[in-house]
Design a protein around this ligand. Structure first.
Ligand SMILES: Nc1ncnc2c1ncn2[C@@H]1O[C@H](COP(=O)(O)OP(=O)(O)OP(=O)(O)O)[C@@H](O)[C@H]1O
Ligand SMILES: [Mg+2]
Length: 294
């Protein structure tokens, strides 16, 4: 990876079209993430997910949508090893997940930054923790690794934020920095839990393009949780709909548009048809009630 300009390379790589099912040979489609018949009950008894079965292929960009509280963040915690299933199996790269995963980059719903570190230092944290970067951290933290963090920050419009502290940034800026932190160690698996929720529409769409370009270039496996059906349809090759709690998968919808996708696409009828179908599935997943009916 060209450390000084990670997305320069990315941008150069998006002029070719990629079909959502690209790499659909059996080897390329083998699941990187496997959940089979997983139940998760939190202490206190809340059954967050029940009988959750889901495969995510290597290199796939999959979105998860569903009613609030249905267990989407729980799914991310299960895959990342932050919680262990009460029943069933969670495996990544063929191995049962037994603790926090190192091959994963994560950006979660409420970005947590260490307040005593600068934004750049926060973004560089995974390099300090994860091998093989960890071994080189002392030697490279003021050179190559710093440049890598600054290049990522520039990509998301935070070129001037590296020396600031987290409390000096807005919520949306923190969310962008959190995305940089998730990407800094070039993870094979990227877990994004509503990473753009606090952003205005235009910034959000810009970051869709950044994420799409990154995915096309590096092809990490991405699980993206979102409440935004346009976001899911724009980015994902497949969207999974979960039921109300206890969550399980009730629908899988393949999104047929080739990559790279453009914002113009989102205003077309075909795109509208995909989001409408998802909306209907979520309506059913919530039990088919509207707010007015409850
Ligand atoms: N640490 C916890 N302890 C106890 N219950 C929890 C815990 N975390 C989540 N829950 C409960 O598990 C259920 C699923 O929560 P989860 O955060 O996975 O939902 P979600 O689909 O991500 O919701 P949202 O869309 O609002 O983010 C909820 O009822 C929630 O209250
Ligand atoms: Mg959540």
């Amino acid at each position: 990876m060209a450390v000084s300009a990670p997305f320069g390379e990315v941008a150069a790589g998006v002029d070719r079209m990629v079909s959502p099912a690209a790499g659909a040979s059996p080897a390329a489609r083998r699941p990187l993430v496997e959940l089979s018949q997983v139940d998760l009950a939190y202490p206190g008894g809340t059954l967050a997910v029940k009988d959750l079965t889901l495969d995510v292929a290597e290199g796939e960009l999959m979105a998860v949508v569903g009613p609030s509280g249905c267990g989407k963040s729980t799914l991310m915690k299960l895959v990342s090893g932050l919680v262990r299933p009460t029943k069933g199996r969670v495996a990544v790269a063929g191995r049962d997940v037994a603790g926090p995963l190192k091959i994963a980059g994560m950006a979660f719903q409420n970005p947590t930054m260490l307040p005593w570190l600068t934004i750049r230092q926060n973004v560089m944290l995974p390099l300090k923790i994860v091998e093989p970067f960890k071994a080189e951290f002392a030697a490279k933290r003021k050179g190559e690794f710093r440049e890598r963090a600054d290049a990522l920050l520039a990509t998301v419009g935070l070129a001037d934020a590296g020396d600031k502290r987290p409390w000096q940034l807005s919520g949306g800026m923190l969310q962008r920095a959190s995305l940089c932190r998730a990407l800094i160690h070039d993870p094979k698996l990227l877990l994004l839990d509503e990473p753009f929720a606090a952003l205005d529409q235009f910034t959000r769409e810009e970051l869709w393009a950044v994420l799409q370009a990154l995915w096309m270039k590096k092809r990490p496996t991405v699980i993206l949780v979102t409440h935004d059906l346009r976001e899911a349809t724009f980015l994902a090759g497949r969207v999974v709909v979960m039921t109300s709690r206890p969550g399980r998968v009730v629908r899988e919808q393949a999104i047929p548009f080739p990559y790279p996708r453009t914002i113009e696409l989102t205003y077309g009828n075909a795109f509208g048809g995909e989001t409408l179908a998802l909306r209907g599935a979520i309506f059913d997943a919530r039990g088919g009630t509207t707010v007015a009916q409850r």
